[in-house]
Design a protein around this ligand. Structure first.
Ligand code: PMP
Length: 387
């Protein structure tokens, strides 16, 4: 295990004079904290003996029903007994890897992919293989090739991990056609899909695409999270899995942590029951949409020739690629001297690629800070070009 590049950046990026385009922290200060305070107080006074007691490793049954209603917003039909609550979707990734991956087993992922998923797969000594993407998402011929190559190697592919909506880090959304092709390819090769969808409801324009889960007959494990649409501090995520997989995940969760935080689950249960959370998501979307626009407009107005970037329809991230010969990792000290931080692209690959790329997040800074951050970033890039 090695420290993630994103974590190592946190200390620098949190200095007040630095505009951080690095971390992916949701802007929880947009939540009405007084109302949430009342709700927490009610949990203690009305349900305190349950909230302060042990619970189950599968998670609170009422919360699991509510999570099914939440998933229905994205067209997922689920039954609560196939849902397991997890400590953020991160724990679901850990449990799945624990259950499925023996050292040397292959895990396929998009290129680039979510950094902490890479770290989790690597911690269980998976052989992580990347599949290329374009602006429509993962490229089916590349996926097919990776599946066939694994078969020729005689090594099992344990799953294909994908973040189909507003991908972290690339900001790309997989098109409907690609989703159908990915589901078909993985079914043909009998390879499980792990669909990680923490950002799906944070869409600022365009139309939602169908989930991979809803297009498959039991070959997809779907991961959800309330971290971006409510609070990452409460650590409520979940996995929706075929019964046999779900049973193993519950056993793994029991040995990892015995029981969830009953308290946090009851807070979330009450939030989903009594708070206008759909309206809250709309409010988040208008705030994040404005920030996304601020970033795309600033990049269009200021980035030097030769730079390219993605145009996310939602989520938190833009992926920028620098002109030939500029190394985003080597440039970081110059950027920090200019008082801006980003995450160099290399952290999002298992194989050292990504030196010419960076992830820019627009979720936390204000539109004004984003414009200033991009201005400083451009200063750093121009400094490298002048060398
Ligand atoms: N998957 C992806 C793609 C993410 O971006 C994140 C958070 N950065 C997670 C999973 C984990 O989120 P959490 O554990 O807070 O639900």
């Amino acid at each position: 295990m090695v420290a993630s590049e994103v974590r190592a950046l946190f200390a620098v990026a949190s200095r007040p004079e630095v505009v951080s385009l690095a971390g992916g922290m949701p802007n929880v200060s947009a939540l009405p904290l007084d109302q949430i305070g009342e709700l927490v107080k009610d949990v203690v006074s009305e349900e305190g003996t349950a909230a302060l007691q042990y619970g189950s490793a599968q998670g609170d049954p009422v919360l699991r029903e509510q999570l099914c209603e939440y998933m229905a917003l994205e067209g997922v039909t689920a039954s609560p007994e196939n849902v397991i609550v997890t400590v953020g979707s991160q724990q679901a990734l850990d449990l799945l890897t624990r259950v499925f991956v023996d050292p040397g087993d292959i895990v396929l992922t998009e290129a680039p992919t979510y950094v902490t998923a890479i770290n989790t797969f690597a911690a269980f000594q998976a052989d992580i293989r990347h599949v290329a993407m374009d602006d429509q998402g993962v490229i089916p011929s590349d996926l097919e090739e990776a599946l066939v190559r694994a078969e020729l190697d005689g090594r099992p592919v344990k799953f294909f991990y994908t973040v189909p909506n507003f991908q972290n880090p690339a900001g790309i959304t997989m098109s409907a056609e690609r989703r159908a092709q990915v589901v078909a390819a993985c079914e043909r090769h009998d390879v499980l899909i792990v669909e990680d969808n923490p950002y799906g409801l944070l869409r600022y324009d365009g139309e939602p695409e169908p989930t991979l889960y809803s297009q498959s007959e039991g070959n997809v494990v779907y991961l959800g999270s309330l971290s971006k649409t409510f609070s990452p501090g409460l650590r409520i995520g979940w996995a929706l899995a075929p019964a046999a997989v779900r049973a193993k995940l519950v056993l793994a969760a029991e040995s990892a942590m015995l029981s969830h935080s009953t308290f946090n689950q009851l807070v979330v249960r009450r939030y989903l029951n009594t708070f206008p959370w759909r309206e809250q998501i709309k409010a988040f979307n208008s705030m994040y949409g404005e920030r996304r626009d601020a970033m795309l407009n600033a990049l269009t107005a200021m980035m030097p020739a030769g730079c390219t970037w993605t145009r996310p329809e939602g989520g938190f991230f833009v992926w920028a690629t620098l002109p030939e010969g500029i190394d985003a990792k080597a440039m970081l000290p110059r950027a920090v001297a200019e008082r801006v931080a980003y995450v160099p692209g290399t952290g999002f690959y298992a194989d050292g690629r990504g030196r010419d790329s960076m992830r820019l997040s627009f979720c936390y800074p204000t539109p004004e800070q984003i414009r200033e951050g991009v201005r400083r970033l451009v200063g750093a890039i121009e400094g490298e070009v002048d060398l």
